[in-house]
Design a protein around this ligand. Structure first.
Ligand code: PBG
Length: 341
């Protein structure tokens, strides 16, 4: 990165000059946020006419397929380019072999078909991981308490192909198995889906911030143990670069860092090192923290939300998955909160 050249001294240099008026702050703003930067995660559930509250995520809902189509319509009208659906699977369909994950008529595939039919121009990013379908709550197949890598990768390939058949635009493996990007690329190509992109959850940490998501999809209650043998140690940054390098070599089109705000340094390092499309996931726990503080009157919801999203852009992110995507897009549309100042 370049250093400022020959910085002048006070009193000839006054940094506050440029901050003196709104027009000037807007003019010199380095990072900007727009609805085109946002990806809306969706929770879907069986049934019809449903919009279920998720107590740990105020303002976020589980939708039945008929209603999620309307919700995506709202996102689309606000200029949000893509959505990321996650299924809340009926517990009786969760098994240790996770076979529901590659049932072409599973909840997620039906949701993808419905959303694509109603809103063909909205990108659909499908999570590839076994946890919503696993009676043991893990992202991979489990044997004697161990997560099986290679057998899981085979299962993920089947899962990615049925999702592509249903019409998803992007396969987003979030499981952190080794070698899955190359294997999924080959499986998609062999099945005729050479144009389906891969967004790799490349730097996904074993984080405490996923709790509300696990409530939403019902994977937390059944999860035995933790995910530390496959998700990354929060202590590590160099390792994230290595994960990204491998995934790009295996054919990832885009990479992701997850969670978001505690890992802004990782976003910046990845963007600077690889200069590839870099997404960041403002995860459920980050959303819950904001809503809890705002609900208590301790933070200004709108300003804190927009500041958090802008910080991702400043750190180098090209796109942001956030549960507040619709809310943020409305604020941007109404111009209530300037996106940079
Ligand atoms: C699992 C998956 C998780 C999230 C997205 N995909 C949770 C986990 O690893 O347990 C979390 C997203 C969030 O917390 O918002 N494949």
């Amino acid at each position: 990165m370049s250093r400022p050249v020959a910085p002048g001294r006070f009193p000839r240099t006054r940094m506050r000059r440029a901050r003196g008026g709104e027009w000037s702050r807007r003019l010199v703003a380095e990072a900007r946020l727009s609805a085109a930067d946002l990806i809306l995660p969706l929770f879907v559930v069986e049934g019809s006419g449903l919009r279920q509250e998720i107590p740990s995520m105020p303002g976020v809902h589980r939708w039945s397929i008929d209603r999620v189509v309307e919700w995506v319509g709202e996102a689309r009208a606000l200029g949000i380019p893509a959505v990321a659906p996650f299924p809340s699977v009926d517990p009786i369909r969760k098994t240790a072999d996770c076979r529901e994950a590659w049932n072409p008529d599973n909840l997620i595939c039906r949701a993808v078909r419905a959303v694509k039919a109603a809103h063909p121009e909205v990108g659909i990013i499908c999570d590839v991981a076994l946890d919503p379908f696993n009676s043991l709550g893990h992202d991979g197949l489990v044997e004697d308490g161990r997560i099986l890598n290679d057998e899981t990768v085979e299962a993920l390939c089947r899962q990615a192909v049925v999702q592509a058949e249903a019409g998803c635009d992007v396969a987003a493996p979030s499981d952190m198995m080794d070698g899955r990007i190359g294997a999924i690329r080959d499986a998609l190509d062999a099945a005729g889906f050479k144009d389906v992109q891969i967004l790799s959850y490349a730097a996904k940490y074993a984080s405490a911030f996923y709790g509300p998501f696990r409530d939403a999809v019902g994977s937390g209650a059944v999860l035995k143990g933790d995910k530390k043998t496959y998700q990354m140690d929060p202590a590590n940054g160099d390792e994230a670069l290595r994960e990204v390098a491998l995934d790009l070599e295996e054919g990832a089109d885009m990479v992701m860092v997850k969670p978001g705000m505690p890992y802004l340094d990782v976003v910046r390092r990845i963007k600077d090192t690889f200069a590839v499309p870099t997404m960041v996931y403002q995860v459920s726990g980050e959303y819950a923290m904001l809503k809890a503080a705002a609900g208590n009157g301790w933070l200004d919801n709108d300003k804190a939300l927009m500041e958090s999203l802008l910080s991702f852009k400043r750190a180098g992110a090209d796109g942001i998955l956030t549960y507040a995507a619709v809310e943020a897009a409305r604020l941007l549309r109404d111009g209530v909160i300037p996106t940079s100042r």
